[in-house]
Design a protein around this ligand. Sequence first.
Ligand code: XIL
Length: 594
Amino acid sequence: MKKIIFRFALLLVMGMLTYALTGCDKKDSEAKSASDPKVTLPASQEKSNDAKEEDKADKPAKEAEEEKTAEEDADKEEGPAAHYGTVEVSEEIIFSNNFDDGKMDFTGRGPAKTQIVTDKAADGTGSMFVSGRTALWNGATVDLSGIMKINETYIIKARVMYENGPDSVRMDCKLEKNNEEYLSFASAMANKGEWTPISGIIIVPEDTVNAEVYFETGFAAGEMIDFYVDEVVIYTENAVVNRGELPSLKDIYKDNFSMGVAVTNAELSPARKELILEQFNSMTAGNEMKPDSLLDYAKCISDPKYDDNPAVKFDRAKLILDFAQENGIKLRGHTLVWHSQTPRWFFAEGYSQEANAPLVSKELMLKRLENYIKQVLEYTQTNYPGLIYAWDVVNEAVNPSDGAEGFLRTRDSLWYQVIGPEFIEKAFEYARKYADKDVKLFYNDYNTEESGRVQGITKLAASLKEKGLIDGIGLQSHFAEGSPSLVDFEKSVRDYGELGLEIQITELDMRLGENTEEAYMRQAKRYKRLFVMLKNLDDTGAANITNVTFWGLSDDISWLNEPGKPSYPLLFDKYLLQKPAFWAVALSPDIPLY
Ligand code: XIL
């Protein structure tokens, strides 16, 4: 990849590169290139060590010794590394410009100018100089409409440099979608005078017609400086994955709970759909069914009749709803009432978007709440009957650190501020009123093992239960390697279980700081301890656990990833290859508990 000279828009498949060439560390590549993926037998089908010892009892010592060595070798091959399957990755360059041969594909964005210079270069003989900027968004842009394809994942690599200005500047590369949305593609902090690599990844959204890729200085710490860009390459990775034969998680846990996965529209590629259907029997929309996706602002302000009856739209949710319906996979609805991802204008007089617009009265907000819930439930129940089996009616309403009565969240909750604490019960009341009778209503929250939240949630859920308004408690379960303590977590599940409500693990992930084999293994062991615990809690009746949902399918697309700081929290890697964590959740005997 060091020196790539291809013509603009020339589609070229680079020879098959091994996974090792794509930037992962050696250990990773060794593990992943195991050529003979093996499947772990369930523990019951494996010969126990005792039985093997008996077989050997009357064999001559030497023969037994040789056999033992062979067995040890076989054991080695049977180890977790053998279960990763294989992947072959090829790269397809869709765009490149290195400014060495006089070719300039970029034009100025705004009044900025782009030109090739030969006195500065990160590599080769030339680079692009961007000057004449009068606003942060000015820079260099190239139109890749028709070349970048929707739902395809692209990687960009380039080098940037500037000579005059502050000591360091944030450089951004973005995708301008349909001339109206600006999506982050790559970003880097550059030090003055140093050629700095900038790289990133993007999935082109479904509704992209016009796609331009541009460089600018970042809005957070940007400057109106001139800058240089060189060695721009945009490519896709085509991975041919052989996972071997995987056991199906939904089958493994069929007697305990359904197994779910959260997905966003951008993730519904054919390869992902296939894996989802193989492994899971429940889905949650990662964003598409939250108020900021469903509320139809244009319609809301189009006529005063919407003032107490907010207009909703389902165009963003449609892809997921249709996929689930067509494939007979049930959905958790997420989420009706939440302080986050709900626009402020929803609470404002006249749906005003002004930052300080006055908020509506409690009475009007209760009407908006009821009608919003009514419409969301009626639309989904009419168009997708029986599809959504549970709703997170209220999300994250408890926050002990706010110091309020009932441990409720007050400071950043417009629901609380406009309606008062009764917004929670009202939301459940309306949801019960409009939900089909077998739809389960959930209260959902995070850090649910903390003692303050256990108290707050238990109190809230008990009072809702008394009124017949709640069916379950959702525990988000965003875990790290070291927290929460599984002892605390188990204790809290037992406490919630005592309420006699269903328990669902609604947003499980486990972030890691690195993707070494050691870290993967630590993560796998912890996942295994968690699943053994959950199964046991359910088997023994300590808690009626009815669903466990992972907050994402594969590590490359997780809400925990930050630019330059991936988090590796899920069961599959970016090529959709199973990680040790998968085998842990599958309860493979190859993954120890400790
Ligand atoms: C997250 C999504 O995954 C992100 O894409 C989005 O930017 C923020 O929200 N608790 C919840 C989920 O209940 O809805 C959140 O999802 C993660 C935390």
